[in-house]
Ligand binder design. Sequence first.
Ligand SMILES: [Zn+2]
Length: 376
Amino acid sequence: MITRIASHHVVDRDGNDSPATITVEAGRIRTISEGIDPEAELVDEWILPGYVDTHCHGGAGADFTDPDHEAALRAVRYHRSQGSTTLFASTVTAAIDDVVTQIGRLRRLVDSDEVAGIHLEGPFLAESRKGAHAVELLCDPDPVSVDRLIEAGGSALKMVTIAPERAHGLEAVATFSRAGVHAAIGHTECDNVTASAAVNAGADVVTHLFNAMPSIHHRQPGPVPPMLTDTRVVCELICDGVHLAPDVIRMAMSTAGPQRIALVTDAMSATGQPDGDYILGSLPVKVLDGKARLVAADGSLGAIAGSTLTMGRAVEFVTSVVGIPLGQAAVMAATTPAKLHGLDAVGVIEEGRWADLCLTDAKGHLVRVIRRGEAV
Ligand SMILES: [Zn+2]
């Protein structure tokens, strides 16, 4: 158990680092004092807030839609060991009845404080931007389905990805937002006007910006420019070196800044596992060199199917490859997603919050994880 820990680089809510000593009591941060207390354990690493991954489908061979509770716990523990001291469980597209059943099971993980919330990715997605979602199960967010999901999820349901151009799309955005569920624009064919209309209706986050949506064109801007520039919107980015080129990440950073970017993994069950054959939802996926791709009926490889990313590697990638300062990477990995979802006991190294800490070297490489004052 950690009681007093100090570093020359303790990162604050704005991403600035300074020498500080943290004391921990009953799993929470009791005090933070400037400078190095000689009684404390002085570490060489930077101390960052524990990472908050709000888009994660599984890991360690387990998928959050798997009915096996122990398997889901295995995925939680794996991601925790890789820096995600706070985690959402994400579903993939399924029939509404099945999604309701999955929500029921996942609520056990929320009630037992293993995950902080549920994110539904699908079934209200665009067929033309389905990614690794089963096309025959995609559907419109009709009011009856929306109400069923809100009722099934209760306060555990935190976010739903919606293609706002679908019939009832804007209405669904408004209904989810009113119910306290963040409506995320994603897997969409929408144009800039529809994307902004969705934000006006209450959407405040974009699911893996750039991926599974129209690219920027100077005469047909698509959803990316208004979402990057609208100060009401947080943009998820998958920074694994596969989904986005470093130049694109730098452009997003200079436009939206770390306060409006949330690093997510979008990790699938193969995360932390060897290359091979896996299932995402109901679809076969092959992982080669850590890259997950859908497998077509003829065996050829199709769309990128989630990632095998961890939050630890995401922070390291944006720091050491993209060149973003480590403190700002910490804001994107922890502070911004926690703030968006009202998780006020995590996301910042601050008195009274959980002692959830990620210790990294100066290039962002994860060395040690502490959750609620205990070594993970
Ligand atoms: Zn996706």
